[in-house]
Design a binder for this molecule. Structure first.
Ligand code: GDP
Length: 477
C-alpha cells in the first residue's frame, strides 16, 4: 500500500517536506539531515509559498550576508550615523538575551519579521549560540561579524535607551517626512516595554521603520501572534501559513539544528532510554515557586497523567500485578531542574505493578538545580532536553515555560499543560489539553492602532486567542 516508505519518500523526508535546502555539508551538522531518523514525519506540510519564501530568503542572505559588498556598504552607513538614501540590503539584528527557550522563540519571531519585511537576519552569538546551533542558511553565516561597530552597546540597551524606537518617538526625533532618519534603531520588545515601544505593532510605524537600514532587537517574547493582528501582514501570513498553528513548528525545524556536540547528547540518550519503547511520554516540570520539589506538584503530575489516562494507574495493594497478553513498554522522559518529581514517578512504578500490566520506565537526563546560563554544558543539556521532549508521542508541559513551548512546537504536539499553582496547592483541574501547538506571547500589546484606544487583542480574530496558561497572553490557534 501507499503507507510503505519508498526510497524517494525517504529522500524527501530528509529535507522535511522541502523545508530544508539540500546541499549542506552533512558532517558539519549531522542533525540537519538525520532528524528524520528520530522524529516521525510531520503531518503538517509547509505551504509551497513558505518554501519559495525560504528559498528567496536564502538567496538574499547569500547576497547580503556578513562581509559581502552590500553588508560592508551598509555598515559604513552605520558608522556615519545617518541613513542616506536607500540601501541595497536592510538588516535586523537579534540580540542574545534571556534563557535558552526564550531565545529560540524570539529568534524564530525575528526571523519571521525578517521574512515579512525583506530584511536579513543577523544573530548576536552571545556566549554560546555557536556551540548550540548549526548554521541554518547556505554559504553565508547567520552570525553578526565580531567587528560589528555597535556590538558593545547591546548589553546596555534597555527600556531607557535613547536609541530605542519608543524613546525616539517620545522625544520627537523621528519625523516620517525627513530623509535624515537614523542609520539604526533599537527595538525594545522585552517584557518591560512601554506603550511607545509597543507601537512597533502598528502598520504606520512599520512604514517608517521600513526606511531604517539597521534594526537591533532585544526581546524575550514570542511576538508572532501580534503580527497576525496587523492588517498589512494579514494576507501574507495567511499565504505562508494556511494552517495557522504551524508557524513555530515549521520555522523552528527550519532554523534550529542542534550542533554535533548537542546531537551526540540527544542521540545517545534517545537510543539508550527511549528508542525501544512502544510509547514515549514527555513530562516537562518547570516550577517558578522556588527550588522544590513540592508535594503539591507531585500530586498535580499524578492527577494529570492518571486522570487524562496518559499513564496507567498502579495497584497499591498488589505485588504481582495483572498479567497482560500484550504488555506495552512506555518510556517516560522527565525534565526538571530537580530530581524529586522523577524519583516519585519512578518509585511509584517500581514499587507497585500497573493495573494494565504495562511496563513503565522513568528517566531524567539531568537535574541542574538552577538556571546557570553561563556554564557551557548547561545550555547544551537544556537544548538536548527540549529536543528529546519534542521526540515524544505524548507531552505534558508546565504553564508559563518557553522551554516547554519549544518542545511542543518542534514536535508538532499539543501538550497537556500543568496549570500554575496558586498558594502552593494542586490546581483543579490539574492540567488542560492545549488548543494549539503554538507558543504563547506573554506580554502582548492591547492597542487598536486605527482607533488609537485599548482593545482586548484576544477577541479581534478567531485565530488569535488568549493562552491556556497566561490569561492575558496571546496565541495563534
Ligand atoms: P523558561 O524560563 O521555562 O521560559 O525557559 P528558558 O529556557 O528560557 O529558561 C530556563 C533555563 O533554565 C533553561 O534555558 C535552562 O538553562 C534551565 N532549565 C529549566 N528547566 C530545565 C530542565 O528541565 N533541564 C535543564 N537542563 N535545564 C533547565
Amino acid at each position: 500500500g501507499d503507507d510503505v516508505s519508498k526510497p524517494t519518500d525517504m529522500a524527501r523526508d530528509k529535507l522535511l517536506g522541502g523545508l530544508l535546502a539540500a546541499g549542506f555539508d552533512e558532517h558539519s551538522c549531522l542533525s540537519r539531515y538525520e532528524s528524520n531518523l528520530y522524529r516521525k514525519t510531520s503531518p503538517y506540510k509547509p505551504s509551497p509559498y513558505l518554501l519559495s519564501k525560504l528559498r528567496n530568503y536564502e538567496d538574499l542572505h547569500k547576497r547580503c550576508g556578513p562581509n559581502t559588498q552590500s553588508y560592508n556598504k551598509t555598515v559604513e552607513q552605520l558608522k556615519s550615523g545617518r541613513s542616506v538614501g536607500s540601501t541595497d540590503c536592510k538588516y535586523v539584528v537579534w540580540v542574545c538575551y534571556s534563557g535558552l527557550g526564550n531565545r529560540i522563540l524570539t529568534l524564530a519571531s525575528v526571523f519571521l519579521y525578517a521574512l515579512l519585511t525583506e530584511r536579513v537576519l543577523l544573530v548576536d552569538r552571545g556566549k554560546d549560540m555557536a556551540d548550540l546551533f548549526c548554521e541554518p542558511f547556505p554559504e553565508k553565516s547567520w552570525f553578526l561579524p565580531l567587528n560589528f561597530p555597535i556590538t558593545n552597546k547591546f548589553k546596555s540597551f534597555d527600556q531607557k535607551s535613547p536609541e530605542s524606537y519608543g524613546n525616539m518617538l517620545k522625544n520627537n526625533i523621528l519625523k516620517p517626512s525627513t530623509e535624515s532618519l537614523p542609520s539604526y534603531i533599537y527595538l525594545h520588545l522585552a517584557h518591560d516595554y512601554d506603550d511607545h515601544d509597543k507601537l512597533f505593532f502598528c502598520d504606520d510605524d512599520q512604514a517608517l521603520l521600513k526606511k531604517v537600514p539597521w534594526l537591533i532587537v532585544k526581546t524575550d517574547n514570542y511576538f508572532i501572534p501580534s503580527l497576525f493582528l496587523m492588517p498589512s501582514l494579514e494576507h501574507e501570513l495567511s499565504m505562508l501559513f494556511p494552517h495557522k498553528e504551524t508557524i513555530f513548528h515549521h520555522l523552528g525545524r527550519y532554523l534550529f539544528h542542534p550542533s554535533n556536540h548537542v546531537w551526540g547528547l540527544i542521540t545517545r540518550y534517545y537510543n539508550a532510554y527511549l528508542a525501544k519503547a512502544d510509547e514515549r511520554i514527555g513530562i516537562q516540570v518547570r516550577i517558578f515557586d522556588g527550588p522544590g520539589p513540592y508535594q503539591y506538584v507531585k500530586n498535580q503530575i499524578s492527577a494529570c497523567t492518571l486522570g487524562e489516562k496518559l499513564l496507567p494507574e498502579v495497584d497499591i495493594r498488589g505485588s504481582i500485578g495483572t498479567p497482560s497478553e500484550n504488555p506495552k513498554v512506555k518510556a517516560v522522559l522527565v525534565t526538571s531542574l530537580v530530581a524529586g518529581y522523577f524519583e516519585n514517578l519512578r518509585n511509584m512504578y517500581w514499587e507497585h505493578p500497573t493495573v494494565t500490566g504495562d511496563i513503565i520506565g522513568v528517566h531524567q537526563p539531568s537535574h541542574e538545580a538552577q538556571q546557570q546560563t553561563e556554564k557551557p554544558l548547561h545550555n547544551m543539556k537544556a537544548w538536548a532536553e527540549m529536543y528529546l521532549l519534542s521526540l515524544t508521542d505524548v507531552l505534558v508541559t508546565s504553564a508559563w515555560s518557553t522551554f516547554g513551548y519549544v518542545a511542543q512546537g518542534l514536535g508538532g504536539l499539543k501538550p497537556w499543560i500543568l496549570y500554575k499553582s496558586e498558594n502552593q496547592t494542586t490546581p483543579n483541574p490539574p492540567c488542560q489539553h492545549a488548543m494549539s501547538m503554538e507558543p504563547c506571547f506573554h506580554a502582548p500589546p492591547f492597542y487598536d492602532c486605527k482607533a488609537k484606544k485599548g482593545i482586548d487583542a484576544g477577541k479581534v480574530v478567531p485565530y488569535v486567542r488568549h493562552c491556556e496558561d497566561v490569561s492575558w497572553g496571546l496565541k495563534v490557534v
